[in-house]
Write a protein that binds this ligand. Structure first.
Ligand SMILES: Cc1ncc(COP(=O)(O)O)c(C=O)c1O
Length: 474
C-alpha cells in the first residue's frame, strides 16, 4: 500500500501520481533514472516556513540553501516563491545570479572561501558574507580595501550545541570545522568594527546541522547567540542587525516504525524528523516572552531580538518532499542460502546521495503497482560496481533497515519511486562507472511539465576531455 502523507502524491488506478500526473508515464517518456520536482510543493514549503516564523517575528527572511538543490529552474521557482538564497561557493553565487537573484538577496557561507570568491561577493554587493574565521575576516578586509568597496559581513559562531544526528551532519560544536569559538568572539567583533572603512558588520550566524530533530537544540543555540550578542553589546557597543540561525529544519523520511526497535534511537528520530516548523518558530521566537530562559531573560533582551532581522537558511525543508526519483528495476535474483529476494534498480549512489556515506533512508513505492500490498521484503541495490551501492547499511553502521517492502511481484521493468529525495540528491550525482547523470523534470502549478535539466548522454561523458591524439597535434 502507498504509505505516504505527501499531498502532491496520490495513488490512482494502481499508478503513482504527482500533482495529477502519472509518474509511470513520465518515466516511460523521459527514461529513468529521473528526478521529478513539484513547483506547487516548493512554493507551499516556502510559504509554510515564512508564514510560521513571521507570525512570531515579522522581520524574518528565508535564504534557501542552494547546496541542497541548485537546478536553475528550481532556484527560479524558489525566488518566485518569496525566498532569497544562501550560497556556499563562487559557483553557487554564479548560479543564483543566473537564476535572477539580486545581490541583496544572497548570503555566502563557506569554510574555505578563496580570495576570488570573496572579491566576487564584494563586487556583487551581496547581503552578507558569513565570515568563518579570524583569518577569513582579515582576508575579507584586504579584499574590500583592494576593491575600494565595503563588504557586508556576519560572523559565524560556534554555539557548542550538539544535535545528536549522524556526526558528519553536526556543525555547531568545536569538533566540527565551522565557525568562531565564543571565547574569541569579542576580539573578532572589536577587530571587525575597527575596520568600518572596509566592513559593514551586520550580526551573527550559526548553523548547527542538517535534519535537527531535537527542538531543544534550536532553542539552546539561539539562546547562546542572543546571550553573547547582548554581552558583546554591553562591552563593545556593537548591536547586531541580523541574527541568522542557519538551516536544519527536519523532514520526515517515512521510516518504518519497526525500525525503531533495532536502530540507535537518535538515528531513528533523526530520520523520522517529525518536528514541525510551527514548533520551532514558536519556541525560538517566544522563548524570551515566555521567560523560559532563566535569570537573563527580560524586556531588554526581547527588544534586542525584536529589532533584528531573523534569517533562516533552510534547504532540506524547502526541497526534500518536493521531489521523487523514478528508477527502473533492471535485475532480480533469489539467494537460496539466505532466502532473500534482491532487485537492482538503475539509480545507484551515482544518482542519489550515497547511503554508505550519508546513512540516509529513502522510502520506496512501486509506482506502477500502488494498489498492490507493499509487504514483501526486498534487498535493493543500485547498478554500480561497488558492494556499497545498496539501499541498506552494509557495514551495520547505524542499522538502516535491511529491506524495502514492495509488492510480491516486483521485478524487472517495474518503476520504483523513491520519496523525499529533493535535498542533497541532484548536486551529489556523479558519472561513476561511466553513467550519465539523470534528467530533472519540473511539474508546473498549471500541470505542464518541463525538462529543467536533460539527462546526460554518453557523448556528455567525454565533452570536457581531450584525446591524446589532439594533444599531440596541438
Ligand atoms: C551554513 C548552512 N546553512 C544552511 C544549510 C542547510 O541545511 P538544511 O538543508 O538542513 O536546512 C547548511 C547545510 O549543511 C549549511 O551548512
Amino acid at each position: 500500500m502507498l504509505n505516504t502523507k505527501i499531498s502532491v502524491l496520490e495513488s490512482l488506478n494502481g499508478h503513482l501520481y504527482m500533482d495529477g500526473l502519472d509518474l509511470v508515464q513520465l518515466a516511460e517518456k523521459y527514461e529513468t533514472p529521473l528526478y521529478v520536482f513539484s513547483e506547487r510543493r516548493l512554493k507551499e514549503n516556502i510559504n509554510e516556513i515564512l508564514s510560521s516564523f513571521r507570525k512570531y517575528h515579522p522581520n524574518t527572511s528565508l535564504h534557501y540553501a542552494a547546496k541542497c538543490e541548485s537546478t536553475i529552474a528550481n532556484l527560479q521557482i524558489i525566488l518566485e516563491g518569496g525566498s532569497d538564497i544562501e550560497v556556499n561557493s563562487g559557483g553557487e553565487l554564479y548560479k543564483a545570479f543566473y537564476a535572477g537573484a539580486k545581490g541583496n538577496q544572497i548570503v555566502f557561507n563557506g569554510v574555505g572561501k578563496t580570495v576570488s570568491e570573496i572579491e566576487y561577493a564584494i563586487n556583487s554587493e551581496i547581503k552578507s558574507i558569513n565570515v568563518d574565521s579570524e583569518f577569513e575576516l582579515e582576508r575579507t578586509i584586504e579584499a574590500a580595501r583592494k576593491l575600494k568597496k565595503k563588504a557586508n559581513v556576519t560572523i559565524r559562531i560556534v554555539p557548542e550545541v550538539s544535535t545528536g544526528v549522524v556526526k558528519g551532519n553536526e556543525t555547531g560544536t568545536h569538533e566540527s570545522k565551522f565557525g568562531i569559538l565564543l571565547d574569541n568572539l569579542e576580539d573578532v567583533i572589536k577587530k571587525a568594527t575597527e575596520h568600518r572603512e572596509a566592513l559593514n558588520v551586520l550580526g551573527y550566524h550559526f548553523h548547527i546541522g542538517t535534519q535537527t530533530y531535537d527542538l531543544q537544540s534550536f532553542v539552546d543555540a539561539f539562546i547562546v547567540m542572543l546571550q553573547i550578542s547582548v554581552d558583546i553589546y554591553k562591552t563593545t557597543g556593537f548591536k547586531p542587525r541580523i541574527l541568522n540561525i542557519g538551516g536544519g529544519l527536519p523532514v520526515p523520511h517515512y521510516i518504518d516504525v519497526a525500525a525503531s526497535q533495532y536502530m540507535p534511537p537518535n538515528i531513528y528520530l533523526m530520520l523520522k524528523g517529525d518536528l514541525t516548523i510551527e514548533q520551532i518558530a514558536k519556541s525560538i521566537c517566544l522563548q524570551l516572552k515566555a521567560d523560559k530562559v532563566g535569570a537573563w531573560a527580560g524586556k531588554e533582551y526581547e527588544k534586542f531580538f525584536d529589532e533584528c532581522e531573523l534569517i533562516l537558511e533552510s534547504g532540506r525543508k524547502v526541497v526534500a518532499d518536493a521531489a521523487v526519483l523514478l528508477s527502473r528495476v533492471e535485475n532480480k535474483k533469489y539467494r537460496d542460502n539466505t532466502g532473500e529476494d534482491w532487485i537492482t534498480v538503475d539509480a545507484g549512489f551515482n544518482t542519489l546521495m550515497e547511503v554508505k556515506t550519508y546513512f540516509w533512508y529513502y522510502h520506496m513505492v512501486c509506482a506502477n503497482r500502488t494498489d498492490e500490498y507493499h509487504g514483501k521484503d526486498f534487498k535493493v541495490g543500485g547498478p554500480c560496481c561497488d558492494s556499497g551501492d545498496v539501499y541498506f547499511d552494509i557495514d551495520s553502521h547505524i542499522n538502516l533497515p535491511d529491506y524495502r517492502k514492495l509488492p510480491c511481484s516486483t521485478g524487472p521493468g517495474d518503476i520504483i519511486a523513491m520519496l523525499n529525495v529533493g535535498a542533497y540528491g541532484t548536486p551529489n550525482m556523479s558519472n561513476y562507472n561511466g553513467r550519465p547523470k539523470a534528467g530533472i523534470l519540473l511539474i508546473h502549478e498549471n500541470g505542464e511539465v518541463s525538462v529543467s535539466k536533460r539527462a546526460e548522454t554518453y557523448a556528455d561523458l567525454v565533452t570536457t576531455e581531450t584525446r591524446i591524439k589532439e594533444i599531440r597535434k596541438g
